[in-house]
Design a protein around this ligand. Structure first.
Ligand code: ADP
Ligand code: MG
Length: 590
């Protein structure tokens, strides 16, 4: 009845001991990763992932791969059962994604797992059901060729791990990322992700990586991708990197593959970055999808239980080749198309992770600590004790008159109470932050300004997902973003006080920060990350020359805020020097 000889063996102990062991099932996305790896190793041309409630309720992966015969279907759920290696030496010539023979039994031990599989030539398939590690059912069934693994009730019997599952939005975000990675790594395989009955990703198999990139990153963004094609000896670098005209606020949209396996690698990131040296401001990162093809003997995938890290035997050489490959591409493109080099002087961006705004201390708004933090040279004069901390009340701030600007960065004012030095960026941030907060909490009538021509926003797949999740929160900040077509977005209006800003960039930067913020799981935290990011990008930059009326407007607006002393990242907005402090500095008798 079996159409074939069994393929799976149980590894011997000495091989097992050489394999990086550890937990592979951490969350629904890790289950998806392991199951899809198996489908790809089985030679599938189409993999479908269906999940419910971010995978917390159900994960079902279906493929059209080689399937298993009855014997293998029983064996594959045993620990250290694999068809992919026979001995430890095979790891150094590994072509498959899996090799440890641990994924299926690990998943089966913490869930209700149903496997249905059939080899193409077999008359019928096999069903195996495992309930939290115990085989509960095993019989023949009719089924299409290929394999389907269904995982239900993940971690229901392991409360310690159940506790670490996050919101549906967070979990589906991780799954989305996993499936997207596979699609970029194995673009010759088609992928479909269905969440709660809705198709979230549909990426048909393609012979052309750029085609898949266009589907994932959006066709407009894909126009900025430059091909990388480079070969040195037995090492080949293929893929695409973005021209300096297309960047993001962090490295979240870069992926690296080694022989089709997605890897996390600081070294590769750094090599990519080096290739852009001098072409991008320090706070911008290119988009990239790079495939390295090299002899499996030149790296070790057996460093980490989830196999997401590899160790190159000649790391320095490999990284140099990658850097040269990307450099060659960019240099050629810059020469050919005269790509505008973005301004290099943008200030470094504070991260939103810097924490909530620090409450200023009572009526004594600007105490000594803040002054010190601001780095203004007010050290004690020749051992003389510093005068007591001085307070500036809001009224005095409201009466401040602008004298001028220093270094395009500081606004100098005087008032009857003393001299004020304001940091134009942090002061403006405070103003915008409170405005956005008032909009958000509906304390203030809306101040939206419609765009004459609605702007279509170019987003990548992950950003589109985040945008759909946060649409309401973004629109509450005074933007009007609408869905457009199947997965497009149109920007129709912006907060009136941001009318002159680059709104598309402000929004994509905010989404990038949101994607990078591991704690942004609650609606509240998400709103806060969005608000701070929009604030930071909308605030006037350091180094920007301002007219006296513009500066006066900032001073007056700051005086009207609730917490004028600190920006939303907790940095000071101004320092204050009283006449008494001046007298002290000049050693004048008081
Ligand atoms: P590994 O992938 O490291 O070998 P797994 O526990 O993930 O270990 O899988 C065990 C074995 O089960 C695989 O080696 C393979 O032979 C078989 N298998 C698992 N999933 C599939 C699938 N979707 N199609 C065909 N065979 C599969
Ligand atoms: Mg596997």
């Amino acid at each position: 009845m079996n159409a074939s000889e069994p393929r799976i063996i149980i590894l011997d102990d000495s091989t097992i001991n050489k394999i990086a062991a550890g937990e592979v099932v951490e969350r629904p996305a890790s289950v998806v990763k392991e199951l899809v790896e198996n489908s790809i190793d089985a030679g599938a041309t189409m993999v479908q992932v269906e999940v419910e409630e971010g995978g917390k309720r159900l994960i079902r992966v279906t493929d059209d791969g080689c399937g298993m015969n009855e014997q293998d279907a029983a064996l594959c759920l045993q620990r250290h059962a694999t068809s992919k290696i026979r001995s430890a030496e095979d790891i150094f010539a590994i072509k498959s994604l899996g090799f440890r023979g641990e994924a299926l039994p690990s998943v089966a031990s913490v869930s209700l797992l149903t496997l249905i599989t059939r080899e193409r030539e077999a008359e019928h398939g096999t069903l195996v059901r495992v309930e939290y590690g115990e085989i509960a059912d095993f019989h023949s069934v009719g089924s299409p060729p290929g394999t389907q693994v269904e995982v239900d009730g993940l971690f229901q019997r392991t409360p310690a791990r159940l506790k670490f599952l996050r919101s549906t939005a967070t979990e589906i975000g991780h799954i989305f990322e996993v499936v997207t990675r596979f699609a970029l790594g194995q673009y010759q395989v088609g992928f479909r992700l269905v969440h709660n009955g809705q198709e979230t990703i549909h990426l048909p198999a393609s012979a052309d990586l750029l085609h898949t990139l266009a589907l994932i990153y959006g066709p407009e963004n894909a126009e900025h991708f430059l091909p990388v094609e480079h070969e040195v000896g037995a090492i080949q670098v293929l893929g695409f990197v973005s021209a300096p005209t297309l960047t993001r606020a962090n490295r979240g949209q870069q992926s690296f593959f080694v022989n089709g396996r997605w890897v996390r690698s600081r070294g590769l990131s750094a090599a990519l970055n080096q290739a852009y040296q001098g072409l991008l401001p320090p706070d911008r990162a290119p988009l990239a999808c790079l495939h390295l093809h090299l002899d499996p003997a030149l790296y070790d995938p057996n460093v980490h239980p989830t196999k997401m890290e590899v160790r190159f035997t000649r790391e320095w050489e490999v990284l140099n080749i990658v850097k040269d490959a990307v450099s060659a591409t960019i240099r050629q493109a810059v020469g050919r198309m005269a790509i505008p080099v973005p301004e290099l002087s943008r200030s470094a961006r504070p991260t939103p992770a810097a924490g909530p705004p620090r409450p200023p201390g009572g009526p004594a708004l600007f105490h000594r600590e803040l002054e010190r933090k601001a780095g203004v040279p007010l050290g004690p004069v020749a051992g003389a004790p510093l005068p007591a901390p001085e307070a500036l009340d809001k009224e005095a701030l409201g009466q401040a008159t602008v004298v001028g600007q220093f270094q395009g960065t500081y606004i100098i004012c005087t008032s009857a109470a003393g001299i004020l030095i304001m940091d134009q960026h942090t002061a403006h941030e405070r103003i915008i932050y409170e405005r956005l907060q008032r909009l958000r909490t509906e304390e203030e009538p809306e101040m939206r300004q419609g765009l004459v021509v609605p702007l279509s926003i170019n987003l990548t797949g992950r950003e589109r997902l985040l945008m759909s999740e946060c649409l309401e929160e973004i629109n509450r900040l005074g933007f009007t973003v609408e869905r457009f077509g199947r997965d497009g977005f149109l920007l129709r209006a912006v907060p009136a006080f941001l009318a002159d800003a680059d709104s598309e960039r402000i929004l994509t930067d905010a989404l990038a920060e949101l994607a990078a913020d591991k704690r942004a799981t609650s609606v509240k935290r998400r709103s806060e990350v969005l608000t701070i990011s929009v604030t930071c990008h909308a605030a006037v930059r350091k180094g920007k020359a301002l007219s006296v009326p513009e500066m006066q407007a900032i001073v007056d607006d700051l005086a009207a805020t609730r917490e004028p002393a600190v920006c939303p990242h907790g940095r000071p907005t101004l320092v204050f020097i009283s006449p008494r402090r001046l007298a002290h500095l000049f050693k004048r008798p008081e």
